[in-house]
Design a protein around this ligand. Structure first.
Ligand code: TRP
Length: 368
């Protein structure tokens, strides 16, 4: 069986380093591994509209923004298709048929949707489009027969919902759809990168993000004012590493060669942590090191982004071509789905006629 990746993001803002360690970095590694037959990366603008329906301009302007972040991070259009969700009508059609396989109660149990409803102030009057986006996400994933979906853990309920839809569909209509696997980030720090203020979630509304497109100065400024251990007042004091945002970022970003290059007094991160725990290691020193690590990671991304920004016509072509290829795939899956459901009436000119001729006799008093 082919190995196929599908993943994506809502275009509601620039991507930040939480997106990077949570999924983007992995996508690039998987792309370069050569272990996958097809890769689709979706700019989920239709999904973004489910909670930004009153602000389509925001979604529209962030499509290019996210595409630039993808390319800057190393997504290679020769190896991965970048596509725009709303331009693939087959996805909407699949959603409509999958909706028959999902109950309202099941949607209400989705923890990610639950917390989003709260965050958006939708309690009491939930827009139907928003409420049903997990079904549409199942269409996103299955349309490409994806086997592997690299995402953050907040997407786990969507994958579960997708697998349930696949199983129901295949049971009722015959084996058609592929059950996808979620692929989570490898380490704890990358799974849930906190904001620079130590808040559990990095998010635009909290103003605690470092963006992939931030310039060198603002990255440095954000790092130097980062949250550490509030009990670590003097350098000699023993410090806490757990829950210390600087160390969480180092867990997510530092590599052995960063020590050789920027902090040769320490062999590795464990030694640095030990020293901090013992006392005698100041916050400024660890922040300066983190800044070097982050600049080393972000500089090439920033550079590539500048190049693509000079060439937006090229980025536009990448989106157009990626979307075209993606639509072919989605159309072929939709054909399979309609054939399995036997709603492909005009493929065989006798089909409807035979269905009528061979119809089951209505029992007395109607069928139900
Ligand atoms: N729900 C994802 C997010 O909020 C975006 C998304 C839409 C997605 N469709 C997808 C992710 C399909 C993975 C697979 O970031």
């Amino acid at each position: 069986m082919s190995k196929i990746i599908l993943t994506g993001d809502r275009p509601t803002g620039r991507l930040h380093i939480g997106h990077y360690v949570g999924s983007l970095r992995r996508r690039v590694e998987l792309q370069e591994s050569g272990g996958f037959d097809e890769i689709y990366i979706m700019i989920a603008d239709a999904q973004a509209l489910t909670d930004n329906f009153d602000n389509p301009g925001k979604v529209r302007e962030n499509i290019m923004q996210v595409a630039l972040d993808y390319l800057a991070a190393g997504i290679d259009p020769e190896k991965s298709n970048i596509l725009i969700q709303s331009q693939i009508p087959e996805l909407t059609e699949l959603t409509f048929y999958y909706a028959n396989l999902v109950t309202v109660a099941r949607l209400q149990r989705n923890p990610t949707v639950k917390s989003e409803i709260q965050m958006r102030g939708f309690e009491g009057s939930i827009p139907v489009g928003f409420f049903t986006y997990p079904i549409s996400q199942a269409a996103d994933i299955t349309a490409f027969k994806a086997t592997t979906v690299p995402v953050g853990e907040d997407q786990e309920p969507m994958l579960e919902q997708t697998r349930e839809i696949v199983r129901s569909f295949n049971r009722i209509y015959g084996d058609t759809l592929v059950e996808p696997e979620i692929m989570l980030p490898e380490n704890e720090a990358s799974l849930r990168l906190p904001g620079t203020d130590g808040h559990a979630k990095m998010s635009k509304s909290l103003g605690n993000c470092i963006y992939l497109s931030d310039d060198e100065k603002s990255v440095q400024k954000k790092i130097m004012s980062m949250f550490t251990d509030p009990g670590h007042l003097r350098i000699e004091d023993p410090g806490k590493v757990e829950g210390n945002t600087v160390f969480t970022y180092l867990d997510a970003f530092s590599k052995p060669e960063h020590f050789t290059e920027f902090l040769p007094d320490y062999e590795n991160l464990d030694e640095l942590k030990d020293h901090y725990r013992r006392g005698g290691l100041g916050d400024v020193k660890i922040k300066k090191f983190l800044n070097k690590v982050m600049q080393d990671t972000l500089a090439p991304i920033r550079e590539r982004r500048k190049e693509y920004e000079q060439n937006l016509d090229y980025v536009y072509e990448v989106l157009k071509k990626g979307t075209e290829k993606a639509e072919q795939k989605a159309a072929s899956t939709l054909d399979d789905v309609k054939r399995s459901m036997r709603i492909n009436y005009f493929e065989d000119d006798q089909d409807l006629i035979n269905a009528y001729k061979n119809r089951a006799e209505e029992p007395e008093g109607g069928r139900r």
